[in-house]
Write a protein that binds this ligand. Sequence first.
Ligand code: ADP
Ligand code: MG
Ligand code: MG
Length: 250
Amino acid sequence: MLKLENLSVAVNDRQILHDVNLHIKPGEVHVLFGPNGTGKSTLIGAIMGFSRYKITAGKIYFKGQDITNLSVDERARRGIGVMIQRPPTLRGLSVREMVRICGKKHTNVEMLADKTNLIEFLDRGVNEGFSGGEIKRSELLQLMAQQPDLVMLDEPESGVDIENIAVVGQAANYILERGLRKNGQTIRKRRTDRQKSGLIITHTGHILEYVPADTAHVMYQGTLSCSGNPQEMLTCIHEKGYEECVNCAL
Ligand code: ADP
Ligand code: MG
Ligand code: MG
């Protein structure tokens, strides 16, 4: 689904990412851990193609094709979707209109809004006066409509209150078509002919209770340092901290 080859990225002429290699196969969900400022959001931004992230070396392949130089909207059309950390407020564009723009012709806006607890927000401007958690849910609502094949989530649970963590987790799972989960058990798997992939940045790992992930990576000082089982890696980070964790073989 996604392959990064020796990807290096600069922001404002400052080199942030160095030689990042990553391979996410169809149906796989990968998690990205790492301290603040290490380049996690930069990686997602570069994959999506936001112009502030300049690719200085390396290649991005999506579904086997080189997309390194494609525009954001072309990448979105090919099936990449992202939920960024701080999306802008769009005055004059309602959530309902935005969901219609993101979605296909027959998108059931009300049904998706219900799943994200956003029915009462449909006629408000996108993110206008929204709390942190409401912004996250509104982003997920747009992704539900877009139905991307590669879903990238930047800290989906941060700023979300306890009650809505489950809503966020279930929405993420819905987008990834990974089946409904409760207490760590898959209780219903959706039948699908498509194999969606995910890349999820998380500090807390709470999202892992809802979204089963296959592999985790630690990003440290702008490069991917180690990979392994998500739960084991989270335990390692909590016990030893990032610096020691990247030096130990899991
Ligand atoms: P993370 O998501 O891991 O917390 P980021 O990818 O957001 O890290 O940021 C990586 C580094 O890039 C940080 O040191 C940050 O300050 C820097 N950075 C991000 N945006 C800019 C910018 N517009 N100009 C200069 N440096 C930036
Ligand atoms: Mg951060
Ligand atoms: Mg970030």
